[in-house]
Design a binder for this molecule. Structure first.
Ligand code: KIV
Ligand code: ZN
Length: 514
């Protein structure tokens, strides 16, 4: 079996896509999941793109011990200096620099001649190499580049010290046979190509990212770039769970293995979906709710007789547990912690305490607490923003509504030691509550891009999970709230989103009053 490195770019290509932005704490949580998954490289961000990105790349570089940590950089000195500054304390730092090589990108985006791009590649790879031995070079839009020119670029990158050559299908345009051919061509036509890793980085615009990545492996690639749940620009990137499980399930075809601990896949997928406030489409390969369900009688009959009739991989192999043990109000902290550990969560003492007290509150409202409830509780605790300390929290609320009067809400929020109260009328209880919150927080003008309520488990006493997306200044801010009461869950979700909005676009009026 040949060994394939997994380069995860959830925190860079994934995070930069609309509606997927994460705060520092959330990025660290994802990085921990990636470390548990045993990915080879974590691309932690694009250090020069903002001070926040720099801080998160640097923090992840300092935190992660078991994987290489990379920062993206354009092929320019300031970008490379900044990337190095952010990753230099990592156990195995990597600088990932890129320049576009297709005629379209060179002419219209870079406004550079091919010779200039070639010279810049050589100069900047050499410059990055003086900092760091582990250098990845990417030829952006490689699949729409002239293969002979691409070979010259790759040759220059290898001569000047690149250790990984990445061939991105930036716009998701290529096909499996074309990708396989391109990697074979470069392996055959570039001197010393056997001394470096070749990598594929595919986007999913035509739904072929996973197939193209696997074809790259057949052509000689030894690294795949991917993201959890396939997050990424436009239609997304190659999905880690799909590409890893394809190589594991079809070892006979790909003759390739990864270091990935596949039993961590389900949890990593869930963590990322929870953080961005989405859930897997029901039919999503590997991690969708229906991926291991057998509805039709014929299928059920077959599976009962022999699972392999309709199951090419087991739910256990991706970390879905068959034993759904329930906890209740008599369960102590030890049983609670043990079950969380069995589900794959290791919480800090403070997180455990805060989760346990939320668990006790939940037990008063719900007779039994399922694994799904526990996962939601943990995600909810972890989701509290790093800035929550200086953000607003719900103190209490009272809402009155009926089908013959105007809804009224009274909301009390706290921030540190201060308390703020507002009373509002509204078109229904949610409108009244959100208006009262607006009066206190005064977030910048925004619109609602999404408001969804989901039940976490079965039964009428289920926890309701509310996800809100607020759109302001072309950015999306996601908030989530959890409660057995959907009005409370909505209020919590709105406060969460408004805090994030306030964090990015502080409102001067509020600052003055505070
Ligand atoms: O899609 C792409 O080309 C990229 C590069 C920067 C690697 O994300
Ligand atoms: Zn990309």
């Amino acid at each position: 079996m040949k060994q394939i490195k997994i380069f995860d770019t959830t925190l860079r290509d994934g995070e930069q896509s609309p509606g997927c932005s994460m705060n520092l704490r959330e990025k660290i949580e994802v990085a921990r999941c990636l470390e548990r998954l045993k990915v080879d490289v974590i691309e932690a961000g694009f250090a020069i793109s903002s001070p926040g990105d720099f801080e998160s790349v640097q923090t992840i570089a300092r935190t992660v011990k078991e994987c290489s940590v990379a920062s993206l950089a354009r092929a320019g000195k300031v970008d490379i200096d900044t990337a190095w500054e952010a990753v230099k304390e990592a156990a195995d730092p990597r600088i990932h620099l890129f320049i576009a090589t297709s005629p379209l990108h060179m002419e219209y985006k870079l406004r550079m001649k091919p010779e200039e791009v070639l010279a810049r590649t050589a100069e900047m790879v050499k410059y990055a190499k003086h900092y760091c031995s582990n250098i990845e070079f990417s030829a952006e839009d490689a699949t729409r580049s002239d293969p002979a020119f691409l070979a010259q670029i790759v040759d220059a990158a290898i001569r000047n010290g690149a250790t990984t050559i990445n061939i991105p299908d930036t716009v998701g345009y290529t096909t499996p046979s074309e990708m396989r051919w391109l990697i074979e061509y470069l392996r055959e036509n570039v001197e010393n190509s056997d001394t470096v890793d070749f990598s594929v980085h595919c986007h999913d615009d035509l739904g072929m990212a996973c197939a193209n990545s696997l074809a790259g492996v057949l052509g000689g690639a030894t690294q795949i770039e991917c993201t959890i749940n396939g997050l990424g620009e436009r239609a997304g990137n190659t999905s880690m769970e799909e590409v890893v499980m394809a190589m594991r399930t079809r070892g006979d075809i790909y003759k390739a293995a990864t270091r990935i601990d596949t039993t961590q896949i389900y949890r990593a997928s869930k963590t990322v979906y929870d953080i961005i406030g989405q859930s897997a489409p029901l039919n999503k390969p590997i991690v969708g709710k229906n991926a291991f369900m057998h509805e039709s009688g014929i299928h059920q009959h077959g599976v009962l007789a022999n699972k392999q009739t309709y199951e090419i991989m087991t739910p256990e192999s991706i970390g879905i547990r068959a034993d759904n043990i329930v906890l209740g109000k008599h369960s102590g902290k030890h049983a609670f912690e043990t079950r969380l550990n069995e589900l794959g969560y290791t919480l800090s003492p403070e997180e455990l305490l805060s989760c346990f007290s939320e668990f006790k509150v939940l037990c008063d409202k719900k007779k039994t607490v399922s694994d799904a409830d526990l996962e939601a509780l943990v995600a909810h605790t972890a989701k509290k923003s790093v800035k929550a300390a200086d953000g607003y929290e719900l103190d209490w609320f009272a809402v009155h509504t009926s089908n013959f009067t105007t809804a009224t809400s009274t909301i009390s929020l706290k921030r540190g030691d201060e308390r703020f109260e507002a009373v509002c009328l509204g078109d229904g209880p949610i409108d009244a509550a959100f208006k009262a919150i607006d009066q206190i927080i005064k977030p910048v003008s925004h619109s609602f891009a999404e408001y969804t309520i989901n039940s976490i488990s079965e039964g009428k006493d289920t926890l309701g999970s509310v996800t809100l997306r607020l759109s302001a200044n072309n950015r999306i801010f996601t908030g989530r709230g959890l409660s057995t009461d959907i009005i409370e869950a909505s209020i919590r979700a709105y406060i969460d989103a408004a805090n994030r909005l306030q964090d990015t676009f502080p409102n001067s009026e509020t600052e003055k009053e505070a």
